[in-house]
Design a protein around this ligand. Sequence first.
Ligand code: KG4
Ligand code: ZN
Length: 346
Amino acid sequence: SASRTILGIESSCDDTAAALVRGSPTGAEILSNVVYGQTDAHAAFGGVVPEIAARAHAEKIDLAVKQCLSDAGLTIKDIDGIAITAGPGLIGGVLSGVMCAKGIAAATGLPLIGVNHLAGHALTPQLTDHIEFPYLMLLVSGGHCQFLLVEGPDRYTRLGGTIDDAPGEAFDKTARILGLPQPGGPSVEATAKTGDPKAIKLPRPLLNRDDCNMSFSGLKTAILRARDDLVAQHGGLRIGDRADLCASFQAAITDVLAHKTRRALAVARAKNPAVHTVAVAGGVAANSAIRAELQAICAETGTDFVAPPLALCTDNAAMIAFVGLHRLASGDIDDMSLSARPRWPL
Ligand code: KG4
Ligand code: ZN
């Protein structure tokens, strides 16, 4: 099919991003990919503050668009369509992006495509590894945790997910409880390296349930209690306690994700026997213990394992542009009545 160039814009959480993707749904390349993170702006608050995020997006979004065009050596005249994350996400940020995209569309007459952020994550393995439908996607980030059976660019079945916190959120909260820096994932993983994963008994919620649902909020409570017990016994955390807490926490999360991935793979195959790939996305997919365990399950079940490069696992606009490429190819575009949606299940 025809080669097109799409401008993607993403501003649904704490990254202001713009990217250019060129090609067709079956063969696309990333021309440029700009991400302005906001970690420092939120660091003092121990989490993403919606008001601060919205302001930062509004300040940076035009700059991100200009930068991605100049990185690719293109101008707006070279673009065939504008893909914008229209949800789900923090409404202030999503609105910033939608207004920016509408502005460009109004000025240029280019097609406007409102993209579901989750579809962006779900299609990323096609952009990076050119894998074919159908596949099982495990999306694990700071805000999301779900299993999706992906059978086509517009055919997603949610097989299950967290009923409370996302794993990234649990990593971040554990880091806060133990006085480690944010984001918690990398600091907890690093601290866990010298710890004993069996040192502290932690719950594995919902493991005995036969579905694909997970729960992680009990883990942070258990970590809090374990820390307080250690402090009460020894008058403070001893050398090695933090490492043991982190290692035990990481082992519990890994166990739950691994067990439920095995389950989800069985459910996905029962629905569609052609499923032979498990793909991951989201910031938590960076965790090497979790990756290794998922890889082992795939090897054991004769399944391919695909993990896109980290920069494309986490929030970015290239994945949004790529969904735009699919949508433009099928003529599925929006108009100026496009609205921002804080909630938008796939
Ligand atoms: O996908 P992402 O960049 O943003 C969204 O949440 O949408 O994911 C960020 C999350 C944070 O909670 C962070 O702590 C977690 O991913 N994370 C990790 C690791 N690196 C980042 N969690 C576990 N291990 C890691 N190495
Ligand atoms: Zn995301």
